[in-house]
Design a protein around this ligand. Structure first.
Ligand code: ADP
Length: 370
């Protein structure tokens, strides 16, 4: 069947109006040229109230905390300027004043490589938003509730080991040590879950102070010494003669680097080596954790930083793990202004790197601010 020009226009109109999500098009000045019935229903305006209006003014985008997003940062502006498709979550105010969370995708409309307008598709995600929040609140509450009994288990196990309740024999000592190491593992899992909910709700509290990174790495290595001896893995530390100081959050850094060291030991067989190296490179300090372990299969390399991901080769070996450690490390390092990445070869080993801005950069930026 062939349509004339008019027929094609009518068909385009019908298609546009049939889109199940809200859809709005603008001209190159951001004035609304079309709005479909779903958008009208979601936002509560009539077609007459919207056509010809300046999109960014009529539909003000707000962030999670209800602050209006500056025009320059709005997806519609960025999409138009960069000529690229942008997907994001924002809040729009409906005509009756309600702030509604939306998943939006803005695409520039290109004619002969020139943007002549934008099309924005959006979906009301109130339900997903509420479920996400309930999930985070639940994890946070459950984690706090789990921590209290756990600390009692640990305290009393330590008291038993230390002989406060009378002498204990060798097999009792072994059992108590297993109880303590299991509760330590559980504690780690709880703090991982708590940190993940913090990252997802954007409430990671970062307290930056001077940190001697070379000393911090020593501390982390000391914490994992026992685990490496237990597995007969050599733990090597390489660091420069001079100490390196940065401005960062020692607690968060410990969590990130500790995670990498813990993985390196976990995924390396007995007799292997884990090397933690700290060095400065330009304005960055780089901490690397190299192992001679199982490595990451080629087809898993893109996924290791995603939530709950565990590569096939480690799942087969049945080592314990949640697939959350690297997801967390990636989220946390961002908060510190750094990066994390890796090189790996299956059956040869992996090296994970963490880079962080060094002190001189901060001094310089302070000087500029004066
Ligand atoms: P977990 O270790 O709890 O499974 P992570 O998020 O820390 O979760 O790591 C995700 C996955 O990345 C691991 O399951 C494993 O497949 C892979 N991985 C991480 N570190 C290493 C390593 N040093 N050597 C080999 N594989 C690793």
């Amino acid at each position: 069947m062939s349509y004339g020009l008019e027929g094609q226009r009518a068909l385009a109109e019908v298609l546009f109006n049939s889109i199940g999500d809200g859809a709005v098009t603008t001209d190159e000045f951001g004035r609304i040229t079309r709005i479909n019935p779903t958008a009208i229903e979601i936002l509560g305006y009539t077609e007459e109230e919207t056509i010809g209006m300046w999109f960014p003014k009529l539909f003000i985008a707000y962030d999670e905390d209800g602050r209006a997003i500056p025009l320059i940062d709005r997806p519609i502006t960025r999409s138009f300027v960069a000529g690229s498709i942008i997907s994001e979550r924002v809040h729009y105010k409906t005509k009756d004043g309600n702030l509604v969370p939306m998943a939006i995708t803005v695409s520039p409309i290109m004619v002969k490589d020139q943007p002549v307008g934008c099309i924005e598709i959006f979906r009301d995600i109130t339900k997903e938003y509420e479920i996400d929040k309930m999930k985070s609140d639940f994890i946070s509450l459950a984690s706090h509730q789990l921590r209290t009994p756990l600390s009692a288990i640990k305290t009393y196990s330590h008291m038993l080991i230390d002989g406060f309740m009378g002498p204990i024999n060798r097999s009792q000592l072994k059992a108590l040590k297993t109880i303590i190491s299991a509760s330590n593992r559980m504690n780690e899992t709880i703090s991982t879950l708590l940190n993940i909910t913090r990252i997802e709700s954007g409430s990671v509290a970062v307290a930056k102070k001077p940190v001697t990174i070379t000393d911090l790495v020593d501390e982390i290595a000391a914490e994992y010494k026992l685990a490496s001896i237990d597995k007969d893995i050599k733990l090597k530390i390489i660091k420069p003669k001079n100490k390196i100081k940065i401005i960062s959050d020692a607690v968060v850094l410990k969590e990130i680097i500790g995670n990498l060291v813990s993985n390196a030991i976990k995924y390396t067989n007995s007799g292997g080596t884990v090397t933690i190296e700290t060095k400065s490179k330009g304005t960055q300090v780089i901490v690397s954790v190299a192992d001679t372990g199982v490595g990451i299969p080629e087809n898993s390399k893109d996924s290791v930083f995603t939530k709950f991901f565990r590569a096939e080769n480690v799942v087969k070996q049945e080592t314990s793990g949640t697939g959350l450690g690297l997801f967390l490390a990636k989220g946390l390092i961002k908060e510190l202004g750094g990066e994390v990445w890796f090189d790996s070869e299956e059956n040869k080993g992996s090296t994970f790197y963490v880079s962080l801005p060094m002190l001189p950069q901060i001094i310089k930026s302070k000087a500029v601010n004066k």
